[in-house]
Design a binder for this molecule. Structure first.
Ligand code: IDP
Ligand code: MG
Length: 138
């Protein structure tokens, strides 16, 4: 069993795709064990994406991530981190495989609908960024 953090990004919420994203995760056998809606400040978005601080797209990405509400969630299941990444597709929708969220629904490399943790250590940090232990189902 593994846990990972996913987020429906502001573009996904704006396009009424919260249900569509969750449906794809649930269909793959992943369990939603925590879920909320949030609207990040610029500082909070910068803290979440701190690993990308040196990247040229950091300011644009963090501005985008606080432009509207988001839906962070914790997903649990076998190999959850990889499963979520596979369902999301490549960062750039142009490179994403058919049938993935980003290929089917995303507009651009930045506005790509969904986030998913990329490793066990990042999952722990990212889950803790949004949820207390008491907010996650046992
Ligand atoms: P990931 O979300 O597929 O893990 P990362 O490389 O971790 O991709 O980048 C985090 C987020 O930053 C991406 O999901 C996307 O929103 C944005 N991003 C990544 N690369 C670029 C870029 O080259 N231009 C603009 N935004 C980018
Ligand atoms: Mg990433």
């Amino acid at each position: 069993m593994q846990r990972t953090l996913s987020i429906v990004k502001p573009d996904g919420v704006d396009k009424n795709l919260i249900g569509e994203v969750i449906k794809r995760f649930e269909k793959a056998g992943l369990k939603v064990v925590a879920l909320k809606m949030a609207h990040l400040t610029k500082k909070q978005a910068e803290g979440f994406y701190a690993v990308h601080k040196a990247r040229p797209f950091f300011d644009s990405l963090t501005t985008f991530m606080c432009a509207g509400p988001i839906v962070p969630m914790v997903l649990e299941g076998n190999d959850a981190i990889k499963k979520v990444r596979d369902i999301m597709g490549a960062t750039n929708p142009k490179d994403a495989a058919p049938g993935t969220i980003r290929k089917d629904l995303a507009d651009s490399i930045e506005s790509n609908i969904v986030h998913g943790s990329d490793a066990p250590e990042t999952a722990v940090f990212e889950i803790g960024y949004f949820f207390n232990a008491t907010e996650i189902l046992k």
